[in-house]
Ligand binder design. Structure first.
Ligand code: SF4
Ligand code: SF4
Length: 357
């Protein structure tokens, strides 16, 4: 029977085989072994003896078209014309001869793209889309990433950590935040401010009422106009009402802070996945370089690097030494916000009769 052509689809990713390096395509599913020649360089050997070298470089994550073109030109001139992006926004160049590796590394260094991120290093920070694609960010997640990776450059190009370190950032408190070894998340500390003049024109009030996880929002008549009100004693400042109702502004230059969480679901190699836990809260959301958040992350990394056993992830290290010792070592204050016995949700979260969407 003749081969049926693939049905065109209007959505979803295209067939990736057409873009693959020919050696990868030919040996798909037939790799015998691999090793790491140096930080940022992987070497794969297939069952029939064919070899491919992969050079991984860091990117600024959100790139303009000039940077993408520059990377593509490097791929054409110094690699075999094929690239791929990793889930942490590193770029990988594949070459089928070992003598192409060093000139490629040299060119990347000359153009300002560090080679590293494989093995026991701090790989590129994964971040949520932020202002580029989303309408509710409370901070510029990509800015935090760029400024922090500038400071963690040596940990990307060297493999000196006890195990891999995966850091994530999240620009709101409710949606696509990560569960990294270290997670930097926005933290709202005040209830939303309501612009009553706009609510009735912009918001579908029943949806907004239903959205609140602690049933703190009620319909109300304000200055003769239909609006909403918030019971501030119940509000947990999650920010969930802001996306369906932008007049309920929760972002605030002073009261929207950053919090750092550790030991999330990525952060284990032998133990069960764990929920991440609060390490430090109330850090200023301080663009353009976020020095307070950067210092806290570097403190955690310094203690982990010095004290963890080989191949322990951050979560496993903290579980072994105990949380009391973690706070002692890092010097972070331990406050009442760190204590959660999960009793409050019985009377708050998920006990309202509202239907949620
Ligand atoms: S974390 Fe929140 S604000 Fe950031 S991209 Fe995801 S949904 Fe949008
Ligand atoms: S959705 Fe969140 S921020 Fe909005 S009122 Fe409810 S608890 Fe407060």
């Amino acid at each position: 029977m003749p081969e049926t052509p693939r049905t065109p689809v209007e959505s979803g990713v295209p067939d990736h085989f057409q873009y693959m390096h020919p050696t990868l395509r030919k040996n798909y599913g037939q790799w015998a072994w691999h090793d790491r020649l140096r930080p940022g360089v992987l070497h794969h050997v297939s069952e029939n003896g064919e070899e491919v070298w992969t050079v991984r470089a860091g990117t600024p994550r959100q790139m303009d078209v000039h940077t993408v073109r520059r990377l593509c030109d490097i791929a054409d001139q110094y690699a075999d014309g094929h690239v791929r992006f990793t889930i942490r926004s590193n770029i990988e160049f594949m070459v089928s001869a070992v003598d192409k590796v060093q000139p490629l590394i040299d060119k990347l260094a000359e153009e300002g793209f560090p080679v590293g991120g494989t093995g026991n290093s701090v790989s590129m920070i994964s971040h949520t889309q932020g202002w580029l694609h989303c309408d509710i960010p409370g901070t510029d997640a990509s800015g935090v990433v760029k400024s922090l990776m500038d400071e963690l450059y040596q940990e990307f190009v060297n493999e000196e950590m006890p195990n891999r370190v995966r850091i994530t950032t999240s620009c709101c408190q409710i949606n696509c935040g990560g569960q990294g070894d270290i997670a930097i998340n926005i933290q709202h500390t005040k209830p939303p401010k309501i612009n009553h003049d706009l609510v009735s024109n912009v918001c579908e009030r029943p949806s907004v009422v239903a959205r609140c996880p602690v049933a703190a929002i009620r319909p109300a008549l304000v200055n003769g106009k239909p609006s909403l009100e918030v019971d501030e004693k119940k509000c947990v400042c999650c920010g969930a009402c802001y996306p369906p109702c932008p007049p309920m502004q929760i972002n605030d230059p002073e009261h929207s802070k950053l919090a750092i969480w550790v030991g999330g679901k990525h952060s284990n190699s032998r133990s069960r996945p764990m929920m991440h836990k609060l390490a430090v809260a109330g850090l200023p959301n301080n663009p353009p370089r976020w020095p307070e958040a950067a210092e806290a992350v570097k403190t955690i990394l310094r203690c982990y690097k010095r004290d963890a056993r080989d191949y322990e992830r951050i979560g496993e290290w903290i579980e072994r030494i105990g949380w009391a010792r973690f706070f002692e070592m890092t010097g972070f204050p331990f406050t009442r916000f760190h204590v959660d016995n999960w009793r409050a949700p019985r009377t708050g979260l998920n006990t309202s009769a509202h239907i949620r969407f």
